[in-house]
Write a protein that binds this ligand. Structure first.
Ligand SMILES: Nc1ncnc2c1ncn2[C@@H]1O[C@H](COP(=O)(O)OP(=O)(O)OP(=O)(O)O)[C@@H](O)[C@H]1O
Ligand SMILES: [Mg+2]
Length: 340
């Protein structure tokens, strides 16, 4: 672990960001899904609400990457979709360079669509199978920059080179790429609009381990070269550690712990983060792996207290009785736990 961090420091990845003002500021974001079903089910079982994202706040400075970590169902993807306004929000605020994303008009949204790009886990689902690379990437160049013909082709080649693909891929279709190459193509397409924010949702989870490392190294490199700001979603702490400057650990729609990646990785304080640490695979530690007990909780009609309480080894009565806010526990480190 220390090796990764010292390597990152040597590579200058932890250099101070350009400006102190956050590029992205997420404030009290809330999204509930009503899963009560029809009138009869509602009558029989009462209202059923999944509190998928419930008061999520964090800031990311320009050029920083925040790792959103947590088990399945913790609300990571919903958070990203809310930030990009792909889902209607219940309440909260998303500011991108001071612009209020959730209140943007249709014309402002056009600019924001260019500024916020997604990279998904499965590039196949986000790439049109009938489009050659030149069109896949070139379309955005025409729409947003009016580029056509040779100028557009040149820029496509430049973008391909930036992600480690050569011009021989210009005429190819997505199915002619390997998994790793396809994700590189998806990254090139995301970069085509020159976004200030990239939302990467498990971008390496479907790749082989060796390819994962290559694509992570690429993202890492692009991030420093292009001063990209990224929200990087992963369930894998090892991946989060490698890519992140900040880490937010989510569980049941809430942030359990947040802070600079250095601090969170070296001194995790929330029992949930600690459990994630103990269960993560590490080279040479396979024999000591302990599973995290219990199923990840779906935040369905949750009580007022800590959502991790039912699985928490340090639970006391007060944990389930009251909301547990994120509280500062030191420099750039906040934890939502009364036992931390
Ligand atoms: N459209 C929807 N309708 C109802 N419930 C939903 C919907 N989308 C998400 N949810 C629920 O919201 C919760 C959070 O889902 P989300 O996809 O954000 O989790 P996640 O952290 O991205 O998980 P994963 O690691 O599995 O991708 C889950 O309990 C999920 O079942
Ligand atoms: Mg998800």
């Amino acid at each position: 672990m220390t090796d990764v961090r010292s390597e990152k420091r040597r590579a200058g990845v932890f250099d101070a960001p350009e400006s102190a003002m956050p590029l992205l500021s997420v404030r009290d974001l809330v999204k509930y899904f009503d899963v009560s079903g029809g009138a009869v089910r509602r009558l029989l079982y009462g209202p059923r609400t999944i509190k998928a994202v419930d008061g999520v706040s964090f800031d990311v400075a320009k050029g920083e990457t925040i790792g959103l970590v947590g088990e399945s169902g913790s609300g990571k993807s919903t958070t990203a979709r809310l930030i990009a306004r792909l889902l209607p929000v219940k309440s909260g605020q998303v500011l991108l360079s001071g612009r209020d994303v959730l209140k943007a008009s249709t014309s402002e949204m056009k600019a924001l669509r260019k500024d916020i790009q997604f990279i998904f886990q499965d590039p196949f689902s986000s790439l049109n199978p009938r489009m050659r690379t030149e069109v896949t990437i070139g379309r955005a160049l025409t729409i947003h920059f009016g580029l056509r013909g040779e100028a557009r082709r040149e820029r496509v080649v430049q973008l391909l080179e930036q992600v480690g693909l050569s011009s021989q891929y210009l005429e190819r279709y997505p199915h002619e790429f390997s998994g790793g190459q396809r994700q590189r193509l998806a990254i090139a397409r995301a970069l085509a609009t020159e976004p200030s924010l990239i939302l990467a949702d498990e971008p390496v989870s479907s790749l082989d381990v060796s390819i994962q490392a290559q694509v992570l190294a690429l993202l890492h490199d692009l991030r420093s070269r292009l001063q990209l700001t990224m929200v990087f979603i992963t369930h894998d702490l090892n991946v989060a550690e490698f890519v992140s400057d900040r880490i937010a650990v989510m569980y049941g729609g809430k942030i359990m712990e947040e802070g600079s990646a250095d601090v969170v990785m070296q001194r995790p304080l929330h029992p949930y983060t600690q459990a994630l640490f103990e269960t993560r695979p590490r080279i040479g530690r396979a024999g000591q792996l302990r599973p995290l007990e219990g199923e990840p909780a779906v935040p369905l009609n949750p009580g007022p207290g800590c959502r991790f309480a039912s699985r928490c080894p340090r639970r006391v009565a007060a944990c389930t009785e009251q909301p547990i806010p994120l509280v500062a526990k030191g420099n750039d480190h906040s934890v939502a736990c009364i036992r931390a």
